[in-house]
Design a protein around this ligand. Structure first.
Ligand SMILES: Cc1ncc(COP(=O)(O)O)c(C=O)c1O
Length: 405
C-alpha cells in the first residue's frame, strides 16, 4: 500500500471523545475504528517502530516524581563535558545510564565508553560510519539475519553512502572482506534471542539491545559486546525524548561515533538528556527501594497480561500461530519467566498469501513479514499500544475466528 492510501486509512480511525486528564489530552476509539498496530504509520518511513504507549499508566502513577525545572540560564553551551570523549554527553545522564545497567545487570559498563545519540536510530548510523573501513574500493556490506529490524536496510541505503551498503540476510552472506552485522537481541520482530551468524575475520558486529530489559525478556547474562545500542524509547517508554546510548569498548570507534553525531547534529539536546537522566534515576530507585513501585516488575506484569490474553485468543483456533518462548532464569527478578516481546510475530495459517492485506480488510494495520526480509504469511503486531486499541484488536481476531469456523 502506498503512503497516502495508508495514511488515509489511518485518518479514518474514529475518535469519539476527547478529555483532559492530568493535563494531557486523551481520546476514545469507536468500536469500528482502524486499529494501528504497525505504529507511526502516518510517518510512513518510520513505520517499523513500536510506539511504547502502554507504560504511560506507570508514569501517571508516579505523578510528579520526574518533574523538574530547567532555568533559562542553564544549558546554553554546546558542550556538556569538554574532558569527556563524548563531549556533549551530560554527566548526570552518563551516571544514570551506568547505574541503571548495574541495577538491572543487563550490560557491562565498566570498560565501555558511553556515546549518547538522538535516539538509537542516530547511533545505528554513527556505528555504520565508525565501523566501515574508510579506504576500501567498494562499500562495506551490512547484513542482519532475517527476520531483521526493517529500519536497517532503509537507514543503510537511504543516503547511498560510498562507505557501506545493505547486503541482506546474514545467513546467506558469503562474501570475503569487511562487513558489519547487526544482531538485534531480543529480536524485533520475533522476540528471539540472537547471536552473530557470519563470524568471519574482517567482520564487525553491532549488538542492538533495545529490548534487553526485564519487562520484555529474562536477563540471562550481563552483555559484554564491543558495540551495544540501547534506547530510552524501549527501556523507559519515552520515545519522544529521542535519547539513545551506545556502550562502546574501543576508544577509536567511540571517537568516530561521536564525530558522526558532531557533524550531523552538533550533539544531543541537553533538555532531553537531563529529563532522561531524571527518569532513569527514578527507575533505578524504584528497583532498589523495597516499598517502591518497581518499574520493571510493573511493566513486566502489563506485558505478561497482554501476552496471556493474546495467547488465549489465538489458541481458540488454528488460524493464527505465535512463537513460543521457553521459561528462562532471570538474574534481575530471581525467577523463571517467559519472554513477553514488544511485538507479536503472528503467522496466518489460512489460505492467504498476504496476511497484512487480510488484516487491513479487518481494519487492523500490522507490518508485513516481507518488510523484515521474511514471509508475507507473517505480520508484526505491536504489543505496546494503548489498552483500548489492544482490546479492540483482540475482538477483531475473535470475529475473524468466528467467521472462519
Ligand atoms: C531494534 C530497534 N533498534 C532501534 C530502534 C530505534 O529506537 P529509537 O527510538 O531510539 O530511535 C528501534 C525502534 O523501534 C528498534 O526496534
Amino acid at each position: 500500500m502506498c503512503g497516502t492510501e495508508k495514511a488515509a486509512l489511518v485518518n479514518k480511525c474514529s475518535l469519539t471523545s476527547t478529555a483532559k486528564e492530568n493535563g494531557s489530552t486523551r481520546t476514545t476509539l469507536s468500536s469500528d475504528a482502524v486499529i494501528n498496530l504497525d505504529q507511526l504509520t502516518l510517518l510512513i518511513s518510520l513505520s517499523h517502530n513500536g510506539d511504547p504507549m502502554m507504560f504511560e499508566s506507570y508514569w501517571r502513577e508516579m505523578g510528579d516524581k520526574c518533574t523538574f525545572e530547567i532555568p533559562g540560564c542553564q544549558s546554553l553551551s554546546y558542550f556538556a563535558n569538554k574532558n569527556n570523549l563524548c563531549w556533549f554527553l551530560e554527566p548526570e545522564l552518563e551516571e544514570e545510564i551506568k547505574r541503571l545497567h548495574r541495577v538491572v545487570g543487563n550490560a557491562a559498563v565498566e570498560d565501555h565508553h558511553v556515546v549518547v545519540g538522538t535516539g538509537s536510530t542516530q547511533l545505528i548510523q554513527a556505528a555504520l560510519y565508525a565501523l566501515s573501513p574508510p579506504d576500501e574500493s567498494e562499500p562495506t556490506s551490512v547484513v542482519s539475519a532475517t527476520p531483521y529490524y526493517s529500519c536497517y536496510p532503509e537507514v543503510t541505503d537511504f543516503l547511498r553512502s560510498g562507505l557501506y551498503k545493505w547486503a541482506g540476510d546474514a545467513r546467506v552472506f558469503d562474501k570475503d572482506g569487511p562487513y558489519i552485522e547487526f544482531v538485534t537481541s531480543p529480536s524485533n520482530p520475533d522476540g528471539s534471542i540472537r547471536e552473530a551468524i557470519v563470524k568471519k575475520g574482517q567482520g564487525k558486529v553491532v549488538h542492538d539491545l533495545a529490548y534487553y530489559w526485564p519487562q520484555y525478556t529474562p536477563i540471562t547474562c550481563c552483555a559484554h559486546f564491543d558495540v551495544m545500542l540501547f534506547t530510552a524509547s524501549k527501556c523507559t517508554g519515552h520515545a519522544g525524548s529521542r535519547i539513545g546510548w551506545a556502550l562502546v569498548k574501543d576508544k577509536d570507534v567511540a571517537r568516530k561515533m561521536t564525530k558522526f553525531i558532531e557533524i550531523s547534529t552538533i550533539g544531543v539536546s541537553k533538555e532531553a538528556q537531563l529529563r532522561s537522566a531524571k527518569i532513569m534515576g527514578v527507575i533505578s530507585d524504584s528497583c532498589l527501594h523495597p516499598n517502591s513501585n518497581n518499574f520493571f516488575e510493573y511493566c513486566q506484569r502489563l506485558m505478561a497480561e497482554r501476552w496471556g490474553k493474546l495467547k488465549e485468543v489465538v489458541g481458540r483456533s488454528k488460524i493464527f500461530t505465535l512463537p513460543e518462548y521457553p521459561p528462562e532464569y532471570c538474574l534481575f527478578t530471581g525467577e523463571f519467566s517467559e519472554a513477553h516481546p514488544a511485538f507479536a510475530w503472528m503467522k496466518c495459517n489460512k489460505n492467504t498469501e498476504d496476511f497484512e492485506k487480510f488484516l487491513r480488510a479487518q481494519k487492523v494495520l500490522a507490518r508485513s513479514g516481507r518488510r523484515f526480509g521474511s514471509d508475507p504469511k507473517f505480520v508484526r503486531v505491536s504489543m505496546l499500544s494503548r489498552e483500548e486499541e489492544f482490546e479492540i484488536f483482540l475482538h477483531r481476531l475473535l470475529s475473524i475466528q468466528a467467521t472462519s469456523n
